[in-house]
Design a protein. Structure first.
Length: 337
């Protein structure tokens, strides 16, 4: 049944954010179209990284929440640009084709007719122009360190799929994501908010970086046969599926170990142990990773042929959200070792 009115539009947008798809019987409004093009469903990972950086800066000397807001907005826009850049280069490089995993689990911006190639290039340019303006504002206020964080992230983001480096094709995509969503995003947001970045902040950034890396591992495990056939040597392709599933499980477990170690080292608040409430979901996810993928999607499963990544992403939302909640509580009622 087609959803009507403003409530229907909001329901459509929520469906896209939850599944990266819009049901065939729903109206494709302008916002829905662009939520699909920029792959807004994965933005929670970036938002959580930025929130961790900002909350770690709470109460620190020189903290400025206008600069934090600019950093948060800039990171989300950069993530949108990165997603579009990946789709553009993967299409131009012959990776994204009809029937390839990327075009099956969700609409491809160009191949599905959501936007023309020229329109995608224009959108990438607009996003980068806005981020350049934000970078100018922040660099003027906080100095050249902001530029170093931004250019490091931009380098990894562009050359994740762009020639000549094509980091994803050489088993370097997963380490790159670890660096970007951990030290660069969390450490960079702290730096922008306060004007400095002590070493402990980078240590505090590592647990969540492990979770985001597990999500990418899950996605690349799902795409392993197709990537191997195209010569795309992601780490799961290099390791093989069974070893890659073990590594992904290790990354998830390591998140909890890293949080506990950081709490007892005084790097994170005692309140951050609230992440342990997500252990039941962890156990469920680990059990899924120990089992072969089903032959077909369960009823109502929205992003087939992806499977493992959906479980990792669900865990990351839950555990990452709890980590943010722990930091929020600490901001109100400080409690550390």
């Amino acid at each position: 049944m087609k959803r009507e009115g403003l409530g229907g539009l909001v329901a459509n947008w929520n469906e896209i954010i939850q599944t990266q798809n819009l049901s065939d019987d729903q109206h494709m409004d302008l916002v829905s179209r662009w939520l699909l093009i920029i792959r807004a469903s994965v933005f929670p990972m970036t938002i959580i990284s930025a929130l961790i950086g900002g909350l770690l800066a709470f109460g620190r000397p020189g903290a400025d929440w206008w600069y934090f807001t600019l950093a948060l907005v800039g990171l989300v826009i950069a993530h949108a640009a990165n997603n579009m850049i990946n789709d553009y280069f993967d299409l131009g490089g012959g990776v994204d084709t009809e029937g390839y995993v990327r075009t099956v689990y969700a609409p491809h911006p160009i191949l599905s007719g959501l936007v023309s190639k020229e329109g995608l290039i224009a959108a990438i340019a607009i996003c980068n122009f806005i981020d350049l303006w934000i970078l100018y504002m922040l660099a003027t206020a906080r100095g050249p360190g902001v530029v170093a964080f931004a250019l490091s992230g931009l380098f990894i983001s562009i050359f994740y799929v762009a020639p000549p480096l094509k980091l994803k094709h050489r088993g370097m995509g997963e380490p790159g994501v670890f660096i970007v969503w951990g030290p660069l995003m969390i450490g960079g947001t702290y730096f922008v908010t306060t004007g400095f970045a002590p070493g402990w902040v980078f240590i505090a950034s590592l647990p969540y970086a492990l979770l985001v890396s597990a999500v990418l591992f899950g996605k690349h495990i799902d795409k392993l046969p197709a990537d191997a056939a195209k010569g795309i040597n992601t780490l799961p392709v290099i390791l093989g599926e069974s070893k890659a599933r073990v590594v992904a499980q290790g990354l998830m477990i390591a998140f909890y170990a890293a949080v506990i170690a950081s709490v007892f080292a005084g790097v994170l608040s005692l309140w951050c142990l609230i992440v342990l409430l997500s252990v039941p979901r962890l156990l469920e996810t680990l059990e899924t990773y120990r089992s072969p993928r089903p032959d077909g999607p369960p009823e109502g499963f929205p992003i087939w042929p992806l499977w493992y990544v959906a479980w990792a992403f669900r865990l990351t939302r839950s555990a990452g959200g709890l980590l943010v909640l722990g930091l929020v509580i600490h901001a109100l009622i400080p409690l550390s070792m």
